[in-house]
Design a binder for this molecule. Structure first.
Ligand code: MBD
Ligand code: FE
Length: 282
């Protein structure tokens, strides 16, 4: 066993909570009226569930204990991103005409090392996994190339672990910020990630076990793609044939986001081409 396999939910959860506090700048602009509307609706929905399902004191106390534990395990980012963010993303991106977005999830870190295309993501000498050449072009909705587009790519390793959230991995393992060349074209060498299992030893894992659900997300690449004058898109790409593509615990798969890599011509591993279309700034 490597040290990584000892990664605990408490450790990756606490990391995700810390990172959220460091990296997200929360707008303070929500009006009193809006807070009243949203908090009121959520509380009403909980009360309706209690009344309709005739929730008992034992169940109510189990809920209280579980909610306390979510915070103790630092799993609020994980819980919200797995079970709520997909709806927020649907609302946020409803008016876009370009590439489909999907959820960011809890493991993005800004300012990963910069490289120009063609690039190879930072990885270990003996990084396990099938080599993957990910390439394509960034264009606008009129079909024009966007030279100098930025592709931020981050993903789990061949065991499903993210650098900076599991111990024993180099700081920027499998994370990079790649600037596309002229014509907005990019070529990025990486490895194919493994499916990701929600930590089973924390509060979210306890809920999944208690409800008899499964804990899996399909293998995925996370991306943020941007270019001057255009809206940044946050998305993920998946792999055809992965059994969890049809059954993602985070409800974040869309048919347009499933890749079908082929054998790499003249090289080891696989290759796939995916073009990004960015909407103009509003
Ligand atoms: C992940 O890797 C992820 O992308 C999401 C959304 C939730 C948990 C882990
Ligand atoms: Fe992920």
């Amino acid at each position: 066993m490597t040290t990584k396999t000892h990664a605990t939910a408490a450790a990756s959860g606490a990391n995700a909570t810390e990172r959220f506090r460091e990296n997200k700048h929360i707008a303070a602009g929500t009006s009193q009226e809006r807070v009243g509307t949203l908090a009121g609706r959520v509380i009403k929905a909980i009360n309706e569930t209690v009344l309709e399902e005739k929730v008992t004191y034992d169940e109510y106390n189990a809920l209280k204990a579980w909610l306390i534990r979510v915070g103790e395990d630092g799993e609020w980012p994980l819980f919200l991103d797995v079970w709520v963010e997909h709806s927020v993303e649907e609302v946020a991106n409803a008016n876009r005409h370009g590439s489909k977005g999907t959820i960011e999830g809890p493991y993005y870190i800004p300012d990963a090392p910069s490289q120009n295309s063609p690039a190879t993501l930072p990885m270990r000498e003996d990084e396990p996994g099938t080599p993957l050449l990910f390439q394509g072009q960034v264009r606008n909705t009129a079909g024009e190339p966007l030279p100098g587009a930025l592709i931020e790519l981050w993903h789990a390793d061949g065991l499903g672990f993210y650098s900076q959230f599991a111990p024993g991995l180099p700081e920027w393992n499998l994370r990079g910020s790649i600037t596309a060349g002229d014509q907005g074209k990019f070529q990025i060498n990486t490895i194919q990630p493994a499916p990701y299992q929600i930590p089973t030893d924390g509060a979210c894992g306890a809920l999944i076990a208690a409800a008899g659900w499964h804990a899996w997300r399909p293998a995925h690449l996370h991306l943020k793609v941007s270019a001057p004058g255009h809206q940044l898109i946050t998305t993920q790409l998946y792999f055809e044939g992965d059994e969890h593509v049809a059954d993602d615990i985070a409800s974040a798969v869309k048919p347009e986001l499933v890749l079908a890599p082929t054998e790499r011509s003249g090289g080891k591993g696989r290759e796939v081409t995916y073009d990004f279309i960015l909407d103009p700034e509003e």
